[in-house]
Design a protein around this ligand. Structure first.
Ligand code: PMT
Length: 415
């Protein structure tokens, strides 16, 4: 079992919830609880009724030194799931059955485990464990995708021996791996405490008439993932959102700004109080000069629509120092489609100077596995110090790398 290395921060007194659902791997959760308790964390265990068929609550009570919760109703005046959730700094679900993942995804709260998970405001780490067929079922795939989109961390599963003598994908990762991941999340969760982060996400819709608009294919996933990463590290995050087709995790303030003009107003209104501004939104560069007050009739023939430029919000923030907080960090994105032989790095460096940003993330939006809508991105991160090529990464990993860079520029080292 791991102990914290000199690089890992102490978890002494940190409040960790360990939520155990019913699967053969439930016995391994005892090692997770024991390790974290030995490292000094204040571990509170919650068990589903099915979990108690696999391992006794008394085992967890003995290993953690805390009472174990198995019932939604405590009999007293307190509401157990609210009391458990308040103040929790990390919730670990191990093993996470297909059933509990489905409840989490749907927001169902019909037992102590699901009710606590619906109430927590802290990062959540799940370690799925189930038979291969259940893991591969489209319902489970979709539930996992929903949870990842909301910022939930997922460890595993891995391939190996399952219950009933079966073998395959669906085995819970080993307790040591869960503990390492938990230590990492706890370490990072305070890095941006007290820092105000403003993120823009999604595409703007520039109206042509009451029913039509000029838009783009941004889903908002990139910006929302960055917002979730910053919130997971303790920042107070505001998301200025254009059109989004992904859910926003709880705890993030959302301001709707459907057009480039509205987005500019929302960003500028908050720019003097923001320590970090990340412009991941796909803002239209042009809008119709005139918006028709009623639906343009097909019978009138194809309309001529004259376009005029929208405000370049990033450039304004980067070049007019008076509208930003002194010492704040400005991050811009660059969406590139042309195969420039100089590569993304050259675009990124060009935009860094042109827009007056501290960091530019240039991403390829022409490939099917990168840019708009998808879960992965091919990107580089450019700063005054040089360019870091990330290659093809998940948007979660890109967000993590970007937030690490922001923390470095703020003058502290990320964990
Ligand atoms: O939302 P997803 O589906 O996850 O897709 C993610 C993404 C591809 C939209 C995202 O990664 C991305 O590249 N966002 C920026 C898209 C864009 O508008 O790029 P650009 O090269 O046109 O603009 C450069 C920068 O200027 C961007 O930071 C943009 O927010 C900003 N800008 C652009 C125009 C404008 N009028 N005002 C701006 O502030």
């Amino acid at each position: 079992m791991p102990s914290p290395t000199p690089m890992q921060p102490s978890v002494q007194g940190r409040k960790v919830l360990l939520i155990v659902s019913g699967g053969i791997a439930a016995y391994k959760a005892a090692y997770v609880g024991r390790s974290l308790a030995l490292l000094g964390a204040d571990v509170r265990v919650v068990m589903t009724r099915s979990a108690t068929k696999f391992i006794g609550a008394q085992t967890f009570a003995g290993l953690t030194g805390n009472p174990v919760s198995t019932e939604l109703f405590g009999g007293g005046p307190d509401v157990p799931h609210v009391e458990l959730a308040r103040g929790a700094e990390l919730a670990i679900v191990a093993p996470a059955t297909a059933n509990l993942l489905a409840k989490m995804s749907a927001g169902i709260a019909d037992d102590i485990a699901s009710a606590t998970l619906l109430t927590v405001r802290c990062p959540v780490l799940v370690a799925p464990a189930m038979h291969t067929e259940m893991w591969e079922n489209p319902a489970t795939r979709s539930n996992i995708e929903t949870l990842v989109g909301r910022g939930v961390y997922v460890a595993g599963p891995t391939a190996g021996a399952l219950s009933s003598g079966d073998e395959g994908q669906g085995r819970m990762v080993e307790p040591g791996e869960i503990v390492s991941e938990a230590l990492g999340i706890l370490g990072r969760s305070q890095e941006l405490a007290g820092v105000r982060v403003l993120v823009t996400a999604g595409g703007t819709h520039e109206p042509i008439d009451p029913v039509r608009f000029i838009g783009n294919r941004s889903s908002g996933r990139m910006g929302v993932t960055i917002a979730a990463e910053a919130a997971g590290r303790g920042a107070k995050v505001t998301l200025v959102a254009g059109a989004l087709s992904v859910p926003v995790p709880g705890g993030i303030e959302v301001i709707h700004a459907p057009t480039a003009d509205e987005m500019r107003s929302a960003v500028v209104a908050r720019s003097t109080e923001s320590d970090v501004i990340v412009k991941a939104a796909a803002v239209a560069d042009f809008k119709p000069e005139v918006v028709a007050s009623s639906k343009i009739k097909k019978s009138s023939g194809p309309p001529e629509i004259r376009l005029v430029p929208t405000p370049d919000i990033l450039r304004e923030l980067g070049t007019d120092g008076s509208i930003r907080k002194a010492g704040s960090i400005l991050v811009g994105f660059a969406a590139e489609t042309e195969a420039d032989p100089r590569g993304l790095a050259a675009y990124a460096q060009e935009k860094l100077t042109l827009k007056g940003a501290d960091i530019i993330v240039a991403n390829d939006v022409a490939s099917s596995d990168s840019g708009f809508g998808v879960e992965t991105n091919r990107a580089v991160i450019a700063t005054a110090g040089g360019v870091r090529e990330l290659g093809l990464v998940s948007k979660r990993d890109l967000a993590r790398g970007l937030v690490d860079e922001i923390i470095r520029q703020r003058g502290s080292t990320p964990h």
